[in-house]
Design a protein around this ligand. Structure first.
Ligand SMILES: C[S@@+](CC[C@H](N)C(=O)[O-])C[C@H]1O[C@@H](n2cnc3c(N)ncnc32)[C@H](O)[C@@H]1O
Length: 324
């Protein structure tokens, strides 16, 4: 049973402030009757605008692996004029299933990462600012939580994750402190982990670069939810589901994610790969996609001011070409 009951879509007390909505709509360029797959429904912040554009003949397919998204979808679907469908699954699997069903989407949106509801609900264990069980699973049916990872992973793996996914300068020291502590006491709450991080970093670093546990929490969340692992296959599946002339738009929130998106979109948009000194093309390769924005689109200054969580957002989009 989902534990969030939204009073209304867009209720600031419970909902998520959607990011880059105008920019997404401009790039997706939706027409009435379009089929749209929103891989990250969340609180349906983008959904309302999409539904308006695609009208009564349009089909909006929402995906979210978090059961707490469902009540938001139910309200959205009661109010939406378009046809709607909800798939509670990881988007990598859901997109494969849609491809097998033969769905050809005119637009696909991925608004990656976690929603404000997930961060703001202490019991989900995503927030270093609240005392709660150390969980961090977007899909509560998944086996491995942050507590399991902290209890069972090697010191080397912990250090690598903190360094690579959190860009944490004191990754090694924090990993060592975790391994020393867990033989004495199990580490099961967000507060336990925050306290260990505080004890492991030099005093001078405690007040620089935001909350000292911010980067460790980000790294653990990425690993718990296999966020970087699932992204490349999910992008490939999304491209399979996309109709010719359909657009894929992706919003990412940290540089590793954005790099994977950029790499995927660049590879699909690349034509001939013959060396420049070849007189005629021998590879016969033509681009499968065209980029819709040269550089990543960032939120405007007013949006960043209104919604500080949008600050790190980067939007990239491609359109699928006939050659695919
Ligand atoms: C940033 S929020 C999306 C917010 C939404 N666009 C809105 O404006 O309300 C990301 C959502 O996607 C979901 N999510 C993230 N990764 C996912 C994945 N791999 N599969 C399915 N859902 C995912 C999360 O549970 C979360 O609800």
């Amino acid at each position: 049973m989902p534990s969030v009951l939204p009073i209304a879509l867009g209720n600031p007390a419970t909902a998520h402030d959607p990011v880059l909505v105008d920019e997404v709509m401009e790039l997706l360029c939706l027409r009435p009757g379009a089929i749209v797959v929103d891989c990250t429904f969340g609180a349906g912040g983008h959904a309302a605008r999409i539904a308006e554009e695609i009208g009564a003949d349009g089909l909006y397919i929402a995906i979210d692996q978090d059961p707490d998204a469902r009540p938001f979808f139910d309200i959205f679907s009661m109010q939406a004029t378009c046809q709607t469908r909800f798939i509670r699954q990881n988007f990598a699997t859901a997109l494969d299933e849609l491809a097998e069903e033969g769905v050809h989407a005119d637009a696909i949106l991925m608004d990656l990462g976690i929603s404000s509801m997930q961060i703001d609900r202490p019991e989900r264990g995503f927030s270093y600012a609240r005392q709660a069980p150390l969980d961090m699973r977007m899909d509560p049916d998944q086996q491995v939580s942050a507590t399991t990872l902290i209890a069972e992973s090697s010191e080397a793996d912990l250090a690598r994750w903190f360094r690579e996914y959190g860009e944490e300068r004191y990754a090694r020291q924090i990993a060592r402190a975790i391994v020393r502590r867990r033989v004495i006491d199990p580490i099961t709450t967000t507060g336990d982990l925050v306290e260990i991080v505080r004890s492991a970093v030099p005093a001078g670093a405690l007040f620089a670069g935001g909350h000292p546990a911010k980067r460790v929490f980000q790294a653990l969340r990425i690993v718990v939810n296999a966020e970087l692992e699932l992204l490349p296959p999910a992008l490939a599946s999304a491209f399979r589901v996309l109709a010719v002339d359909g657009a894929l738009a992706v919003i990412s929130f940290h540089s590793l994610e954005d790099r994977a998106v950029k790499r995927f979109m660049r590879a699909r948009s690349q034509g001939c790969i013959c060396p420049p000194d070849m007189p005629v093309c021998g590879c016969g390769r033509s681009p499968e996609a065209r980029s819709l924005n040269g550089r990543a689109v960032m939120p405007s200054a007013p949006e960043m001011h209104r919604n500080p969580r949008s600050r790190s957002a980067r939007l990239r989009a491609i359109v699928k070409l006939d050659a695919a």
